[in-house]
Design a protein around this ligand. Sequence first.
Ligand code: PGA
Length: 256
Amino acid sequence: MAEVIIVPDQATAGELVADAIQALVRHRPDAVLGVATGSTPLPVYRALGGRGLPLDRVRAFALDEYVGLPEGHPESYAAVVRREVTDPLGLDPARVRVPGDTGALRTAGEDYEAAIAAADGVDLQLLGIGTDGHIGFNEPGSSLASRTRIKTLTEQTRRDNARFFSSLADVPRHCITQGLGTILEARHLVLLAFGEGKAEAIAGAVEGPVTASLPGSAIQLHPHVTVVVDEAAASRLALAQYYRDVYAHKPEWQGL
Ligand code: PGA
C-alpha cells in the first residue's frame, strides 16, 4: 500500500519531500525528476530552493501542458515550470521538458514518451490531484494503461483552474498529459494534497477501488508511493490512525 504521511502544514510537507529529492540527487546527481504544476507542489520547490543544492545536472519532465494557449502565455505550464522550478532551482533549461514543447502536436505524445525512455525513466514523480481525482490531466475515464496524449479537460477542472486566468472562457479545453501508464513507470510516486477540497479525491485514490473513474486510484498499482497530505485532505481516510501509527514508528533507515 501507499505510505500515507499526515503533516500539520504545507511547509512540513515541502521539507519532507525536499529531503527525499535531496537524498536522490546526492546518490544520483543527474536524477530525473517528474515535476508537477498547480499550487500543490509549490512548498516542495520552495523548500528545495532554500537548500542551495547543486541541481544543474538534474533532468526534469513536466506532467502536462495546456493545448491552445498563445506562445509564451504566462499560465502555460512551460512558463510556470520555468518560473517556479527551472529558474529558482538552477536547473539547466535544456534538460527540462514539457509535453508538446517540440511544437508538433500530432507526434508530441510519442516524442515525449521517447524522450522519457531515452532519459532512462523518471526517478521521482511529483503529483497533485484534481478535485475530480485526476493526476496529470488524466480526467475520469482515462485508461489505466494510457500514454502521453491529447485530452479534453472536464468542466470541473476548467473551473478549478479558472483562478489562474482572467475568466473561465480563457481556460483551454484541451491539454497534453502523460498517461496513467506513463506515470506508473516512474520509480517513486509522491502525491501531495492539501485542504478539505481534496479529501474525497484522496480517500478514493488511496482507499477506494482501482478505477479509471478515479484516475488517482492508479497509484495503488505502484509498488513505491508516498502520499503526503495535511489534516484536512486526510479527513476522509478511514485508516488515518493506522497511517499515523506506521509513520510514528517508522525505522529511521527506511527514508521515504
Ligand atoms: P492544484 O491542482 O495543485 O492547483 O490543486 C492539482 C491538480 O489539478 O492536479
